[in-house]
Design a protein around this ligand. Structure first.
Ligand code: HEM
Length: 404
């Protein structure tokens, strides 16, 4: 058993039992971050802040929300929006954050792809990030069910239908997931549980894994330069702060992050107060009706690109293409065969691949929102095929890349 000295202060008492000074050094004041990074590296912190906004606003909404098919719609659209003081504010914060979080996730992901931050020992950062993306997607989908409006009901119907796996007709599996033949009370109850308990817990755990995965390989930098963190940290601690290539996570990096977070929050609250409607589908202001199918059923904007990969094909091929789109990003660290860690613009064909993928996903998103008719469905088909072709080509073009 460890020998405990008489503690001289509360901090000393805690330190003897929890090694708080050591933890603080490892995770904050001696956690070294490269100086050569730009504002895009603040997106991780912006995501953390948005997640906290979602948690806090969600807790307030939970005080009045009722997970019951007869009362859910009114508990949101009447009680929270009209009766409870500032209920509308918490709902707008929650709705806007749920939409904006995906914009930031996509910026964060494409920053990682552009700078090759998934390579050489950083694979676990990428994989935990993709698990976060998938869990956030499930969290957003389950949350969308809760107001029990027309789009909740019909999107719930369409998405759970996917689990019948087309020609395999696994209808029993669909009913098992729904707890009924159609979305009803059992369905709402379980998506409520997923949304407020299981998935947030999984997200918290995955954020922990994401941060732990960052600690050993360290954060990447704008030139993909291999930094000797120990030597640069010694330089910094010896007083040569200017000459060192690194800075402390706390408070150097945090203070830079907070500047970007501040600008983000102005933009965020501008949306909350003046443009919250973009995050709310008008169709979902009609209560769920299992006898009235809406003219167009489409998911929220952040799922449109993968929806458009499913839609232009026949059921079975569409499902295979959709499955491909869901897992392929996770495999990126293994599909990119080049050892180069420089940014995409210095990697020849990979640079072109990067911009083609980005533009293709924007086109897929735009087409996913439009009805699948005429030119839109042709453009959607071409963009879906291009998405698949780009990923199949990736190992070949990166294997050919010259070592820089
Ligand atoms: C949604 C919750 C997420 C949170 C809270 C989060 C948080 C963070 C933070 C704080 C950092 C360090 C600073 C920075 O580079 O921004 C980081 C880095 C990173 N994240 Fe995430 N992240 C999330 C999702 C994702 C997703 C979806 C991906 C994509 C697969 C991803 C991939 C990465 C990568 C590759 C890095 C390393 C960047 C580098 O080394 O330069 N993250 N993340």
């Amino acid at each position: 058993m460890a020998h405990f000295e008489k503690a001289t202060s509360v901090k000393d008492w805690l330190n003897q039992r929890l090694a708080i000074e050591k933890v603080e050094k490892v995770m904050a004041s001696e956690y070294w971050i490269p100086k050569n990074i730009n504002f895009l590296w603040a997106m991780g912190m912006v995501l953390m802040i948005t997640f906290i906004l979602l948690l806090v606003s969600g807790i307030f909404l939970l005080m009045y929300y009722q997970p019951n098919v007869a009362t859910a719609f009114d508990s949101v659209n009447y009680t929270i929006m009209r009766e409870v003081g500032f209920g509308w504010l918490w709902r707008h914060i929650h709705g806007v954050a749920a939409s904006v979080v995906f914009l930031i996730i996509y910026i964060h992901m494409f920053t990682g792809i552009y700078y090759g931050s998934y390579k050489k020992g950083r694979e676990m950062i990428w994989i935990s990030g993709m698990l976060l993306f998938i869990t956030f997607s499930a969290e957003a989908f389950s949350g969308y069910m809760l107001p029990w409006g027309q789009m909740s009901y019909w999107a719930g119907m369409v998405i759970t239908n996917i689990f019948s796996l087309g020609g395999l007709h696994l209808d029993g599996l669909v009913e098992w997931i729904r707890g009924d033949y159609v979305p009803a009370q059992a369905f709402l109850n379980r998506f409520f549980m997923l949304h407020v308990l299981l998935l947030p817990l999984a997200i918290l755990g995955l954020i922990g894994l994401h941060f732990a995965a960052l600690r050993i390989p360290h954060v990447n930098n704008q030139d993909g330069e291999e930094i000797d963190f120990d030597a640069e940290a010694q330089k910094y601690l010896a007083g040569d702060k200017k000459g060192s290539k690194v800075m402390r996570f706390a408070n150097d990096f945090m203070s830079k992050d907070m500047m970007v977070v501040g600008i983000y929050l102005i933009f965020f609250f501008y949306l909350v107060f003046y443009h919250y409607n973009f995050a709310m589908d008008p169709v979902n202001f009609d209560p769920a009706d299992g006898l009235k199918t809406p003219a167009h059923i489409y998911p929220e904007w952040y799922f449109l690109w993968s929806y458009e990969i499913l839609r232009p094909f026949s059921v079975n091929i569409g499902l295979i293409a959709f499955g491909f789109a869901q897992v392929i990003f996770v495999l990126l660290p293994f599909l990119d065969r080049s050892p180069n860690t420089v940014p995409a613009n210095r990697r020849g064909a990979f640079g072109i691949w990067f911009w083609l993928l980005l533009v293709d996903m924007i086109v897929l998103t735009a087409m996913g929102k439009l009805p699948p008719e005429g030119a839109f469905s042709t453009i959607g088909l071409v963009a879906a095929l291009a998405f698949i072709a780009l990923w199949i080509a990736l190992p070949f073009i990166t294997a050919k890349e010259k070592k820089l």
